[in-house]
Design a protein around this ligand. Structure first.
Ligand code: SAM
Length: 280
């Protein structure tokens, strides 16, 4: 059938679908937004696109016209008949009805051949951060991420040192990706209309990254540094070699009374690497 987002309500109704808040179900019903996401993502014909939460398939349909393959993870099996009707005949789309967070994504990806791997999705907002952390921690090697997220969460993703939104997540993301906001999105493009504002952000894999001696240790050091946001590095990192940290911080004009929110990615890398160098 010819696809149009305007037909979504009718099809959902036909299959007696009820939106579930617990799954963060706010579907895009404005074709302009879908077109904007597609054009910003700049998908090539040899791209494998990973879509988390296809919903009724509004974005999926258009992704399939640009990508080599679209691999989707959808937790809600009730959407199966809807997606089957909407995506009927789209041979390059595979939908796995599983929780993305517990699925073995790398195994699923390994059966595809592609030049680049993109994540393009209107994410379920209640698990935005766990989804991004899964991509990083399970080394799902994505080249680019173009996602719709809650505005406040997107602000945290791209926050810089010294600002209120700067968090451990901002540092992790800044290590792997160049993060930028692409556009604001009105609440009116969703069905049902959410209570929060949304933005589309892009995260491009950094080609040049500083080497980490021990990646796990780097992650832990950052998490611990931000453990209690109002506390100083000295108080949050009591278990770490404070004399070494003091030397590193001094190079950047700081001492142990500094808070994590003031420290850039480069300083965290230097802190983690210097401790590891001194261990050997
Ligand atoms: N992509 C669709 C669109 O833009 O119209 C739907 C987006 S809606 C914000 C989020 C989708 O993610 C829903 O279809 C929901 O069922 C699905 N979802 C929620 N939690 C999930 C999970 N853990 N794994 C996979 N899909 C999930």
């Amino acid at each position: 059938m010819e696809y149009s987002p305007k037909k979504i309500s009718a099809i959902l109704e036909k299959y007696g679908f009820n939106f579930k808040k617990k799954f963060g179900q706010n579907f895009i019903v404005d074709e302009n937004i879908i077109d904007a996401i597609i054009s910003k993502a700049m998908i090539t014909s040899n791209t494998l696109v990973l879509e988390i939460g296809p919903g009724a398939g509004a974005l999926t349909y258009k992704l399939s016209e640009w990508a080599k393959n679209v691999l989707c993870f959808e937790i809600d099996r009730k959407l199966k008949p809807v997606l089957e009707e909407l995506l009927n005949g789209k041979k390059n789309v595979e939908i796995i009805y599983e929780d993305f967070l517990t699925s073995n994504v790398n195994e699923k990806i390994s059966s595809y051949s592609y030049d680049s791997l993109y994540v393009v999705a209107n994410l379920p907002y209640y698990i935005t951060t766990p989804i991004i952390m899964k991509l990083i921690e399970e080394k799902i090697l994505v080249d680019k991420i173009v996602i719709m997220v809650q505005k406040e969460v997107g602000d945290r993703f791209k926050a810089t040192p010294g600002t209120k939104d700067y968090s451990s997540l901002s540092v992790f993301l800044n290590y792997y990706f160049d993060v930028k906001k692409l556009m604001d999105v009105s609440k009116n493009v969703f069905l049902p209309k959410p209570n929060v504002d949304s933005i589309i952000i892009e995260m491009k894999k950094k080609e040049q990254r500083k080497q980490l001696i021990d990646e796990r240790y780097f992650f832990k050091l950052i998490r611990d540094s931000f453990k209690q946001k109002r506390k100083t590095i000295k108080n949050n990192l009591k278990e770490y070699p404070l004399d070494v940290l003091e030397q590193v911080l001094k190079k950047y004009g700081f001492d142990l009374s500094v808070r994590a929110e003031q420290l850039s990615l480069e300083i965290f890398i230097d802190m983690a690497n210097t401790i590891k160098e001194k261990e050997v």
